[in-house]
Every structure is written in C-alpha cells, then in structure tokens.
Design a protein around this ligand. Structure first.
Ligand code: GDP
Length: 525
C-alpha cells in the first residue's frame, strides 16, 4: 500500500470498547451500532447467551456452554466512511484479566450507564483502567424510555464518583412515560421522541437556543424545565474542550435509549467526529511508532484457547499499531527474536462484499497460535527492533489454592501451570512458609478456563479450593517480618518472588496498617 493510501486507511479507523456494568445495555447498543453499519444480525446474536445457536463453530466448549463467541469479541463495520472496530469487554462472571487488557488495545471507550441506576461497580473498575490510559471516554446514559434519575444527579455522579468532567451534549426532556425528546445543544436541535413513525423528528434551534417556528413544546413545562437546566449548565457548567476530551479529562455525555433506538445515531455521529483515529504507540526503546509507518507492528493483548481437543491451537489477538498486515508476511517476535510467518490468520472484517479486505493500524487480527505467543508480545517487520511498553498487571481479587489431584503426575501439573502463567492466563503465587500454590484472577472464568486447559492440554487434573476475595498488597522486602503474617493476611510470593499479603478484607488491611504504621503497602492497579 502506498503511504498516502495507508494514511487514508488509518485515518478511517475508530477502535473502541464499550464499558458498562452488566445489564446497562451494552449488548443492545452494540446491536444498534451494527445495524447502522448494515450488519444485520438476528436480534440477540451479539450475546447469543440465551439462544445458543450462534456458536456454530467448534470453539471451545466452555465458551459454547456460556454462549460467548470468538467472533463477537471483535466486531467490525463501516459507517459514514469510517471503519469501526468494537472490542467486546465481557462482564458478569466472564470478567477476567482479558477484559482489562482489551482496554489496552483501543483508542477510545464508550461508557454505557443505566440512567435509572447511575454509576455501578463494574463501570467504576473499567473506567479506572481507561482513565489510567488517558484515552477519550464517551458516555451514553441509556434507558431514557424508562423513568430515570435526575439528569443533574447523573452528571454529578460522573464528576464526583468517577472524577471526570462531564459535558452534556444533549439533555433529556423528561424520561419514561413523559419523555418528549432531547434538547441537543451540540447540533442545535431538538430530537423528538416519537412513537408514531411519521413526522419530523427534529426541531431547529436558533443561535440563542430557542425553538425556531411554532411548536407546542414551547408551552410544555417539561420542555421548559429541561431548557432552563440546559441554560444553567451552559452558563455555570464546564466548557466544551476538545483537548480535555482527547486526554480523557472530560467526557461528552449523550442521553438516549438503545432499546428503542433513540439518540443512538446522534451519539454515533458525534462520536465519529470527536473520537481519535489510531495514534502512536510508545516502545521500550523510548521511541514512538507512528501508525502510518510503513513497517508492520502490533502487540498481543489476549490469548484465547481453543478448548476443542482436536484443535489444540489458540488465537492470539493482535492490535496492529503500525503499517499494513498482509497474509503470509514474516514478522519478528521480539521476545525470542524468531521469525514467524503469519499465514494462519482470522481477520475480523466487515461483512460487506465491496470492501477491500485490508487490515491496518487500528485493526485487530487473530493469529492461530501453537504456543509461540504470550500476552504482551510485540511482533514487527523491518530491521529495527520494536518492543511496545509492557501491558500492566492487574491485581487479582479472587484466589484459589491449587494442587494436582494425582500426586504421581506432578510433572505435567508443573509444566501446565508454568506455561499458562507465562502465557498470562492466570497469576500464580506461592505461600511463603508452606510453598503451596495459590492462583489469582480478576474473574471466576479464569479459574474455569485454567482447570479446563490443564486437563485438556496437559492431561492434569487439578484440585482447586476457593479462598474467596482477598486484597493483594505488596510489601517492601526490607520491611518484611514473617511474623507479620497471619490467617487474615497470608504472606505469599508472586511470580517474580516479590512478597505480598493477601488480606481477608479491608478491615484486616486497616488493622495491619494501624499496627505497622511505617510499613508501606502497594497495590498494582
Ligand atoms: P448488557 O448486559 O449491558 O449487555 O445489557 P443488555 O443489552 O443485554 O440489556 C439488559 C436488559 O436491558 C435487556 O433486557 C435489554 O432489553 C434492556 N435494555 C437495554 N437497553 C434498554 C433501553 O434503552 N431501554 C429499556 N427499557 N431497556 C433496555
């Protein structure tokens, strides 16, 4: 591809994840977005948890049982000249380190909030990761067709619970049964909420924000309330700032209802105007790799194992950071400096036939892998070595004691654990005094996948004993005294040999801090 063409292609890319608490409407809005892109799926196929007929391919049994599909973890479509990649961040019990790492591979995030509930725990967790990366975050307040919280309160939560400046792009005129529409200050119009199909859906606003022409809305007290709130926000609220949005310091807020497709297009159109195309990526060598660099580069952010025993391979998900991917190309794997031919690849391509199938910076490719890749690996072409900055480690919250069921099979047990830990599937700790293995994860699914893969790939039955939620805190080895450990703060070593405590709860952690005020405890993320 010529440089100018590559620049054009990269500029078209918008790669994002939708973050939300379960049931806020992520699936519903994803389906709406796919529909705008002309990708028609049966309603419910993005999740397909309930119907189960989506996962026709022979992907892993666990995934089939749960109805998650690999193809739904990256969705691509074209809309208004842009090529959009949506990366799925599973919620519920599927929550895992993968969920967090996926956020390392996107250029922006869309935060969907149930307007009746406000900010919920999982939104907070995922938001924190996006904030840490400094990527733009766009907010969609969903389910406006139902009675919602006071929009002022929702804005206040964004600012005070999450700590991000909010800029309402539009404002609800009522909600639930009295929902009239959106006062859209960004587009200078009112978007009417209509249940009947005919009629104009927009009313123009003049430069002062007044309705142009006649409209019964003018005398409507719900409209007048919304209008005065919007005026108040315009006077006393935050100034719209493209720079702040770009740095993730301000979030544009949109209201709407994914279920009845109200306000979703308005959101998407504005999102495409304000969201960034792929930017540069920093390397360990201290350079910045530009997306339009002619050399191909990318990093592995997720490895998905194939649970089918006939297909022991896995898929390594690669975010392309620069250049163009070509089937059969040879790349260097930075960690080993080995050359690997990328011939067996799945591309998550738009389903429309007229598209030229290219994958460039911003896109995701899935490499069939027989054990070459680890999470965080960089691959590149060209003579100049590239290693992207390490992916952060996320502090596990759930722990399990693990041992081999059959003591005679210690060898395969150790080999399996070693490889799965190296791959980044799970975290391993050892009890400081007994040497017992303890696994750590951010979500329950990681344990299940671990157990399954130990059996299927390493022929090792494992016994797992839940230890429940713990708070992991690292301690400076110089300050460590083994006597500090107790059943309520178990002392363990991580993979690197660094000591940390697993606290039973916040109370135990506070108690410890009171007892040893000089000891510094640190969390990872
Ligand atoms: P997810 O868990 O975030 O993917 O949430 P879903 O998209 O599966 O939605 C959870 C439930 O909320 C489903 O029953 C949806 O039909 C419903 N839902 C989603 N969006 C809306 C909306 O805008 N209005 C209403 N009333 N219900 C919605």
């Amino acid at each position: 591809m010529k440089k100018a063409d590559l620049e054009k292609e990269v500029d078209k890319r918008r790669t994002f994840a939708i973050i939300s608490h379960p049931d806020a409407g992520k699936t519903t809005i994803t389906e709406q977005l796919l529909l705008f892109g002309g990708i028609v799926r049966e309603a419910g196929t993005v999740k397909a948890k309930k119907s189960g007929n989506f996962a026709k391919s022979d992907w892993m049994e666990i995934e089939q049982k749960r109805g998650i599909s690999v193809t739904s973890s990256v969705m691509q479509f074209d809309y208004q000249g842009k090529r959009i990649n949506i990366l799925d961040t599973p919620g519920h019990e599927d929550f895992s380190e993968d969920t967090y790492r996926t956020l390392m591979a996107v250029d922006s995030a869309v935060m969907v909030i149930d307007a009746a509930k406000g900010i919920e725990p999982q939104t907070k967790k995922l938001f924190k990761i996006c904030k840490m990366r400094g990527i733009p975050i766009f907010t969609f307040m969903n389910k406006l067709d139902r009675d919602s919280k006071d929009p002022m309160e929702l804005i206040d939560q964004l600012e005070n619970v999450l700590g991000i400046e909010a800029y309402p792009m539009n404002w609800p005129i009522g909600s639930g049964r009295i929902l009239k529409g959106l006062y859209d200050r960004y587009n200078r119009r009112i978007e009417l909420y209509k249940t009947e199909a005919k009629g104009e859906s927009f009313i123009k606003l003049d430069d002062d924000g007044n309705i142009v022409g006649d409209s019964p809305l003018k005398d409507d007290s719900i409209y007048q309330d919304a209008r005065s709130e919007m005026d108040l926000i315009s006077e006393a609220g935050n100034q719209f700032s493209k720079t702040k949005i770009a740095n993730g310091d301000q979030t544009p807020v949109f209201f709407g209802s994914a279920l009845v497709n109200f306000g979703v297009k308005t959101f998407l159109d504005a999102y495409l105007k304000l969201s960034p195309a792929p930017g540069h990526h920093k390397t360990l060598q201290g350079n910045e790799v530009e997306p339009t660099s002619p050399e191909f580069s990318g990093f592995v952010f997720k490895i998905q194992a194939n649970m089918n025993p006939r297909h022991r391979d896995r898929i390594a998900f690669v975010r392309i950071c620069s250049g163009e991917f070509q089937k059969g190309m040879d790349v260097t794997l930075d960690r080993t400096q080995k050359s690997i031919r990328l011939s067996n690849v799945t591309e998550f391509m738009a389903n429309t036939r007229e598209n030229v199938q290219t994958a460039v910076a911003g896109d995701i490719i899935g490499l069939y892998d027989t054990g070459n890749f680890q999470i965080g690996d960089t691959i590149y072409t060209g003579k100049k070595p590239i290693a992207f900055e390490k992916l952060p480690q996320f502090t596990p919250e759930l722990f399990m004691r693990v041992s081999a069921k059959n003591v005679m099979k210690q060898k395969s047990f150790h080999k399996g654990i070693k490889q799965l830990v190296q791959e980044g599937a799970i975290q391993l700790y050892t009890n400081y005094s007994t040497g017992q293995y303890i696994l750590g994860a951010v979500g329950q699914l990681q344990f299940e996948v671990f157990q399954f893969r130990m059996k299927n790939e390493y022929n090792s039955d494992v016994v797992m004993e839940p230890m429940g939620h713990k708070i992991a805190r690292w301690i400076d080895p110089d300050q460590l005294d083994e006597k500090m450990s107790s059943s309520r703060n178990i002392l363990v070593r991580d993979q690197k040999g660094d000591p940390l405590f697993l606290f039973e709860n916040e109370f135990a952690e506070r108690w410890f801090k009171d007892k040893y005020p000089d000891v510094k405890l640190t969390a990872k993320l």
